[in-house]
Design a protein around this ligand. Structure first.
Ligand SMILES: Cc1ncc(C[n+]2csc(CCOP(=O)(O)OP(=O)(O)O)c2C)c(N)n1
Length: 696
């Protein structure tokens, strides 16, 4: 325990005084120039910027920044290792504002500590089009933002992935170059979301001792007092998950600093519950939900200025206070310079590898060689295997070639085939492994993977059933929004999984995933396409991917070695028509072989048909128009085949095209019977084509 858990909330009138100075602890003493300015003035600068920016934007959330200003001031001026001149410094501490609605807290900190891009003009343009001060913090949009937050709980779960990445990379490259902490500021909402349970359980299990969560324990959410809907003892909850947890007065800088100091040497993840008052300083709204998510109003702001002793005009930070903050922003300069020196003394090959990995660059030759070897071996001895098995076959070559790949599964390792024979599991005692047993935690897994990618140095891939993509969809959406390369292996991708029945048979999931912008959904039809889709997913540095793979065996349709990655076009003609095609059959995954059989049936009736395999809608639909037209072709009859719903297919077959697939949930039976039962057969395709041609 760090200190005794708090029982009561601390109000403005508690021992925390808005003008109190800080008593520096020995190790994290404030720099001289900073300590000349009272802690309260520095924290009040955050409060003033937050209330003024929200007021000017006529929208936003002043309550959290005002309440958490003391906690953030202590963290940023005395503990956090960062360098505003180099927001991408690989060994910086990560700070995640999980409660993204409090974005003005982060923007104020970035401005005050001196991130060059974050000017006072950007603060004044809070929430305006083209500013870097978006409503919620957006990764890639604003230097210094580690992850996009706003959907509550995600940031906390991202941080778990960041902390895992740190531990793994420290083993690979050594503590001299990888030795940093991950800090999170989380709100009541973050901790109420279900994903937080998955995240804290995984972090506790892995004893992520360099993960420190500051809980903004203000007892208020949008509807009012937290007591309306929650009575969890968070300290006990975190302790039960293997964390060390305690509570401090979040307006007492000395207490916050003492807890943070103690957390530095913890042997497990740390929760510091910080009792705060939302909207601290606002005369009538402090401590109330009315401070949460709307401008305070002119009178309330005037009252807050008075209460806080802040006499300065809106957006005006007095030179001495700004200078104290800027000095704090320079605190880690020496640490950064020392780190540069240590990196320079690293063995040249190790240094180059570290730099490559942190930049997210692929070992191009190694990847190309590995892919070529797998394709050559498939051409030499074709395999009739499930695409999930083909995935494992590909991984056997990829894992040694790409040391940055870290695999995993949400407790379906044997079914997902995501763990190759050589892969050792990561554990609390040993982070050198490259496989993570995420437990039955799809959402936590997907969000942790986002965190690993954002940390840098790692390309994470997962395993679960495609039907459970719903359980991790919010994190997949954020990966797509952030442009994060994470790869989800999702097996058991249709009624082809058979007996487990409709609860496990995805029907609408491919369409739902294809609806997410910037996500690539691959559905390879055989072992060769599986390898090619892996190559494309790995090569897409700013896009997440889903690989939808079968449980059931499929014939290898491409038996000759081709160096070209045909899947790169999104779709290609896998079986040409004999003569001018009257029918084009478009299919994905397991249904491509069925389409090829239908082509044969049509040939017997004298109808020329071609089959186009469509392993990736997105790549096809993004292709230049001429290329797209060429592959879609102009056959009078177009048929789409996929053991899933039609939604999305009209982009390829047109609204008058024929679709052979699912109109309902599946059923429990051996899979061959299911294909017959639901009419996803070569005969059904051929009959539909003949009917359309008036030849039936
Ligand atoms: C997943 C998700 N659900 C709902 C919301 C909308 N929302 C934003 S803040 C919030 C709760 C506010 O309470 P708290 O987290 O305690 O923040 P505070 O009031 O202390 O600022 C909600 C429901 C959201 N951002 N994310």
């Amino acid at each position: 325990m760090l200190s005794t858990p708090c029982k009561q909330a601390f109000s403005m009138s508690s021992k925390a005084s808005p003008t109190a100075a800080v008593a520096p602890t020995e190790r994290h003493a404030q720099p001289a120039a900073a300590s000349a300015v009272a802690h309260a003035s520095m924290a009040n600068a955050i409060r003033a910027l937050a209330m003024d920016a929200v007021e000017q934007a006529k929208s936003g959330h002043p309550g959290l920044p005002m309440g958490a200003a003391d906690v953030a001031t202590v963290l940023f001026t005395r503990f956090l290792k960062f360098d505003p001149a180099d927001p991408a410094w690989a060994d910086r501490d990560r700070f995640v504002l999980s409660a993204g609605h409090g974005s003005m807290l982060l923007y104020a900190l970035l401005y005050l500590t001196g991130y060059p891009a974050m000017t006072i003009d950007e603060i004044k343009r809070f929430r305006q089009l083209g500013s870097i001060t978006a409503g919620h913090p957006e990764y890639g949009h604003t230097p210094g933002i580690e992850t996009t937050t706003g959907p509550l709980g995600q940031g906390l779960a991202n941080a778990v992935g960041m902390a895992i990445a740190e531990r793994h990379l420290a083993v690979v490259f050594g503590r001299d170059v990888v030795d940093h902490k991950t800090y999170v500021l989380a709100s009541d909402g973050d901790l109420m979301e279900g994903i937080s349970q998955e995240a804290i359980a995984l972090a506790g299990h892995l004893k992520l001792s360099k993960l420190i969560v500051l809980f903004d324990d203000n007892g208020i959410s949008i509807d009012g007092a937290l007591s309306l809907s929650d009575s969890v003892d968070q300290v006990k909850r975190f302790e039960a998950a293997g964390w060390t947890a305690a509570c401090v007065d979040g307006h007492d800088p000395a207490a916050i600093a003492a807890a943070l100091e103690k957390a530095q040497s913890a042997d497990r993840p740390v929760l510091i519950g910080c009792k705060t008052t939302i909207g601290f300083g606002a005369p009538t709204k402090a401590g109330k939900s009315s401070a949460h998510g709307s401008p305070l109003g002119a009178d309330e702001i005037a009252g807050a200025r008075k209460a806080l002793g802040w006499t300065h005009a809106p957006f005006d930070i007095p030179a001495d206070i700004l200078s104290a903050w800027r000095v704090a922003g320079q605190r880690s300069k020496t640490a950064h310079a020392d780190w540069n020196k240590r990196l320079a003394t690293l063995d040249a090959a190790q240094r180059a590898e570290f730099t490559r990995r942190m930049k997210g660059e692929l070992p191009k030759q190694a990847l190309a060689d590995a892919m070529r070897a797998v394709k050559e071996s498939l051409a030499a001895s074709p395999k009739e295997i499930a695409t999930r098995t083909a995935c494992e076959f590909a991984l056997e070559s990829l894992i040694p070639a790409l040391p940055e790949m870290i695999g995993g599964s949400a407790d379906l390792t044997g079914s997902n085939n995501t763990r190759t024979k050589s892969m050792k599991a990561i554990s609390a005692a040993d982070f050198s492994g490259r496989f993570i047993h995420y437990g039955v935690r799809e959402h936590g897994m997907a969000a942790a993977m986002n965190g690993m990618t954002l940390h840098g140095g790692i390309i994470p891939y997962s395993g679960t059933f495609l039907v459970f993509s719903d359980y991790c969809r919010p994190a997949i959406r954020l990966a797509a929004l952030m442009g994060a390369r994470v790869i989800h292996v999702m097996t058991h991708d249709s009624i082809g999984l058979g007996e487990d029945g409709p609860t496990h048979q995805p029907v609408e999931h491919l369409a739902a995933l294809r609806a997410i912008p910037n996500l690539m959904v691959f559905r390879p039809c055989d072992a060769v396409e599986t390898v090619e889709c892996w190559q494309l997913a790995l090569g897409a540095r700013e896009r997440p991917s889903v690989l939808a793979l079968t449980r059931q065996n499929l014939p290898q349709l491409s038996q000759n070695f081709l160096a070209l990655n045909r899947c790169a076009a999104g779709a290609y003609e896998i079986a040409a028509a004999d003569g001018k095609a009257e029918v084009s059959i478009f299919a994905t995954g397991s249904e491509v072989a069925i389409a090829v059989d239908a082509k044969k049936l049509l040939a017997e009736k004298g109808i020329a048909a071609r089959v186009v395999s469509v392993p990736c809608f997105e790549l096809l639909l993004e292709a230049p128009e001429a290329a797209r037209r060429a592959v879609i072709g102009d056959a009078p009859v177009k048929i789409g085949v996929e053991a899933a719903i039609r939604q999305g297919w009209d982009a390829i077959i047109g609204s008058d095209g024929i679709f052979v697939g699912m109109n309902s949930f599946g059923a429990s039976a051996p899979y061959k019977e299911l294909y017959k039962h639901f009419g996803v057969t070569a005969e059904a395709i051929a009959d539909a084509a003949l009917r359309k041609l008036g030849k039936n």
